[in-house]
Design a protein around this ligand. Structure first.
Ligand code: ZN
Length: 133
């Protein structure tokens, strides 16, 4: 069976992926307008200022939308279906796409979720699970 894909860090994303390996989900906060951006980028999408500071998020979020994948995109995911791919709001400016590791019938828009880490080769990947209700 094929391996699941892992990220290939670029100049802009190496710091983010290294932080993931330390169990920290970090975003860039623009030092001019304060906009927090994810994914990592060289310039602020709000004002194009290039300087930023690193901010660690607390790992909590809210499901904004989701879909259920029934047909595996590659052989590596054939044992995983059906699974949830969600857009999770982690802050005012930050929305992240990731899996919510739960039965699809248990997931709803508006659910609170918490970050968890999946070991995949040498890289930790961010995923979510439903928060305690
Ligand atoms: Zn900005």
């Amino acid at each position: 069976m094929a391996d699941k894909p892992v990220p290939t860090p670029s100049e802009d994303t190496t710091r983010f992926w290294d932080a993931c390996n330390d169990g920290r989900f970090v975003v860039q906060r623009c030092t001019d307008c304060g906009h927090e951006r994810f994914y990592p980028a060289a310039a602020c999408p709000n004002c194009w200022h290039t300087a930023s500071e690193e901010v660690e998020l607390d790992g909590s979020g809210t499901v904004e939308s989701f879909t259920v994948v029934h047909r595996a995109p590659t052989e590596a995911f054939e044992g995983e279906t059906p699974y949830v791919v969600a857009l999770v709001a982690m802050g005012a400016d930050v929305t992240v796409m990731a899996n919510v590791l739960a039965q699809p019938a248990d997931v709803s828009v508006g659910d609170s979720v918490e970050l968890l880490w999946e070991e995949r080769g040498d890289q930790q990947l961010y995923q979510f699970e439903l928060a305690e209700r």
